[in-house]
Write a protein that binds this ligand. Structure first.
Ligand code: PAF
Length: 281
């Protein structure tokens, strides 16, 4: 496995591999890797000749400067995990390498990016599209892998690929959970043991709501989740929305869309956690 830190070296390396007819898979990450990332890399290794994993904490997608400062940076441990999973190249550039000058491009995929995370984290998806589009241009992958935990991000990246006609396939991969249900996230490392127990109520509530939804309306399911999180110690709900899984717009009845997802964001202390559940697919 090679650790590459400059765009020029990355291009030279990948051009040579492409000339040999090798297919290239890209797994974009911000590092602090866990088993969720490992599952993306495993899938990419199974489906491509060469797998590039980018490990870059992208400053332009953080609307909260504190969150950027506190974001865990664990390149050595990341490389150990990636070596074990069979990745070929880790691309870990500096901020100056990626943004030698400010990126003034704007991306707008309304109404996909104006709801939920788009509403609570203004500018976040613009930053995500800036870095992901740069990575697509640097790596020119055949396939790129993203987790379904960031459900809205995945929908927006699919739309960007469609509108910008990037010649690649986006592969969405299922959420990976701890045995007790907690969705894996780099942010979990910031939870105390007590907070980790409290955070468990997020996935527990979503799973219970799946059963509840079978006999209740969308509004009743919404209220069920809101009440459960309000009653759970240590958690503060930012939003829970039951949406059409394609348009990301709220639905009013279960018949409104063939694919229905509940997306939730909860604060556990200072740590912002997201999760989602599919009610219909
Ligand atoms: O999902 C993430 O970790 C990031 O948003 C991504 C896609 C790597 C872009 O920085």
């Amino acid at each position: 496995m090679k650790l590459i830190q400059t765009i020029q070296e990355l291009r030279t390396e990948l051009d040579a591999l492409r000339k040999q007819g090798k297919s290239i898979g890209l797994v974009p990450t911000m590092g602090a890797l866990h088993e969720g990332h490992a599952s993306l890399v495993k899938r990419a290794v199974a489906e491509n000749d060469v797998v590039v994993v980018s490990d870059f904490v992208n400053p332009t997608q953080f609307n909260d400067p504190n969150d950027l400062i506190k974001y865990p940076r664990t390149l050595d441990a990341d490389c150990a995990l990636l070596e074990k999973e069979g990745a070929h190249i880790v691309f870990a550039p500096s901020v100056e390498e990626v943004y030698p000058e400010p990126d003034t491009r704007t991306f707008s995929y309304a109404p996909l990016d104006t709801v939920m995370e788009g509403k609570y984290r203004p500018g976040h998806f613009n930053g995500v599209c800036q870095i992901v589009s740069k990575l697509f241009m640097m790596v020119e992958p055949d396939k790129a892998y993203f987790g379904e935990k960031d459900f809205q991000q995945l929908a927006i990246i699919r739309e960007m690929v469609k509108q910008m006609e990037f010649p690649l396939q986006i592969v969405g991969c299922p959420i990976v959970r701890e045995k007790d249900g907690l969705a894996l996230s780099s942010r979990n490392a910031r939870l105390s043991e007590e907070q980790r127990q409290q955070a468990l109520n997020i996935s527990k509530t979503l799973f219970k709501s799946l059963e509840w939804a079978a006999g209740h309306s969308v509004e009743e399911t919404q209220q069920f989740v809101e009440k459960a999180i309000a009653e759970a110690e240590g958690l503060e709900l930012e939003y829970f929305e039951i949406v059409d899984g394609v348009t990301l717009q709220k639905i009013s009845t279960w018949e409104d869309a063939p694919y229905v997802v509940g997306c939730i964001t909860v604060y556990c202390g200072e740590v912002r956690l997201i999760d989602n559940i599919k009610y219909k697919e």
